[in-house]
Write a protein that binds this ligand. Structure first.
Ligand code: NDP
Ligand SMILES: O=C(O)/C=C\C(=O)CC(=O)O
Length: 358
């Protein structure tokens, strides 16, 4: 076994159908007096329901979270938190709403309690992202790691099937790259494999019956595990490509992850055979298909997009995307940089066309 370092991160997880009923207790355990409740405009009803449940412990709601946390929204939310006398934030929603909570915590140090309703995994990481003048900057800071997470599958029943699938595969991407991370460790490997398995099994059941609480629970359990992997070990080529495509070409986050993942995994396959074997085992493809093909089939059979051309990418932008991706390389099991530009350009072409990897 290789040498490793494992750092346990302190986050309290309360899990189960109906777990929202523990909210007041959890706010009390945080030692907080008043919470500002965050959501997107469309999830305002859920935010109001949370605020009603908190009663006098609710400072108010701020239902203006949007994708990629524009700095103007972060400032407005922070000012609202101070003005309303909040000493903690409760974020109900996906990664965008959690991201807004993190932006408040980054400056104020206020504790965050997250109630995730997608599978993005941001609630388990100390990674934050804020967009200023069209540029998203990401960083790591222990202050933004949510202190408490309430996973309640009942709150995810309304997540549309298409979003459930792409969000689930976004979570799988964290675990997949975690399996070949340079700083991986045996605990994260276990979580990654189990996380992939849980989500891969849950998605077909959710597709069949979106209100299947057990399947929703399995997906959320998998999202927790995969998010924990993202929060604990380094990501590689796949996440780099997705940030480039999402940030520079304004493509939707979870869909980009879904389309690029099989191609990035195929690119890395020979350099990380053990990780591939674990991925294939978790996907249930062992013996008859590669991990990359298994991921492609999971997306395709779940009705998710598999080609960048179908989500708004322009063929004319592929060259520029390849330049950006190799411009600032970082660690990957198969090294990539300017010398590998043509292989990366080929990868992007396959993602653009939706070619099934072998
Ligand atoms: N910092 C980190 O560690 C991480 C950050 N992220 C960031 O998170 C963002 C993406 O998060 P993601 O969760 O994919 O997307 P969003 O938070 O943007 O949510 C995606 C969609 O899900 C809908 N939705 C969420 N919950 C429900 C529900 N219960 N019922 C119906 N619809 C629902 C929202 O609808 P509506 O708009 O209608 O409310 C929204 O359109 C990106 O900015 C990404 O960079 C992602 C992973 C990790
Ligand atoms: O962009 C961020 O806010 C930070 C990390 C991620 O989005 C992780 C991911 O690519 O899913």
């Amino acid at each position: 076994m290789k040498e490793f370092i494992y750092n346990g991160q302190l986050a309290r997880v309360v899990f189960g159908a109906g777990a929202l009923k523990h909210l007041e207790r959890e706010i009390e355990l945080l030692g907080a007096r008043k919470a500002l409740v965050l959501s997107t405009p469309e999830q305002q009803t859920q935010a109001q329901m949370v605020a009603d449940r908190l009663g006098a412990r609710a400072a108010g709601i701020f239902p203006k979270a949007v994708m990629h946390v524009p700095i103007e929204t972060a400032r407005e939310a922070r000012e609202a938190a101070y003005r309303l006398g909040a000493d903690c934030v409760v974020a109900i929603g996906g990664g965008s709403t959690t991201g807004l909570g993190k932006a408040i915590a980054l400056d104020s140090g206020m504790p965050i309690l997250v109630i995730p309703t997608t599978y993005a995994g941001s609630e388990m990481t100390s990674i934050y992202g804020i967009t200023e003048a069209g540029l998203k900057k990401t960083g790591k800071d222990p202050r933004v790691l949510p202190r408490t997470v309430i996973y309640d599958p009942e709150l995810t029943l309304t997540l549309p099937v298409a979003m459930s699938v792409t969000s689930g595969i976004n979570a799988i991407a964290h675990a997949a790259e975690g399996l070949y991370a340079q700083d991986s460790n045996p605990v994260m490997d276990l979580m990654a494999e189990e996380g992939i398995r849980a989500i891969a099994q849950a998605l077909p059941a959710i597709r069949q019956r979106p209100d299947d609480v057990a399947a929703r629970g399995d997906a959320l359990y998998g999202a927790w595990l995969c998010g924990t992997v993202l929060g604990n070990v380094g990501m590689a080529l796949h996440h780099k490509l997705c940030h480039t495509l999402g940030g520079s070409f304004n493509l939707p986050h979870a869909e980009v992850h879904t389309i690029v993942l099989p191609q990035a995994i195929a690119f890395n396959a020979e350099a990380a055979p053990q990780a591939m074997a674990r991925m294939a085992r978790a996907l249930g493809t062992t013996g008859h298909a590669s991990a990359a093909a298994g991921l492609f089939e999971l997306a395709r059979s779940s009705g998710a997009p598999v080609a960048l051309k179908d989500i708004g990418m322009q063929a004319a932008d592929l060259d520029h995307a390849a330049d950006l991706a190799v411009g600032n390389p970082y660690w990957n099991p198969r090294p990539f940089g300017p010398a590998q530009r043509s292989a990366i350009r080929q990868l992007l072409q396959r993602a653009y066309e939706g070619v099934r990897p072998d």
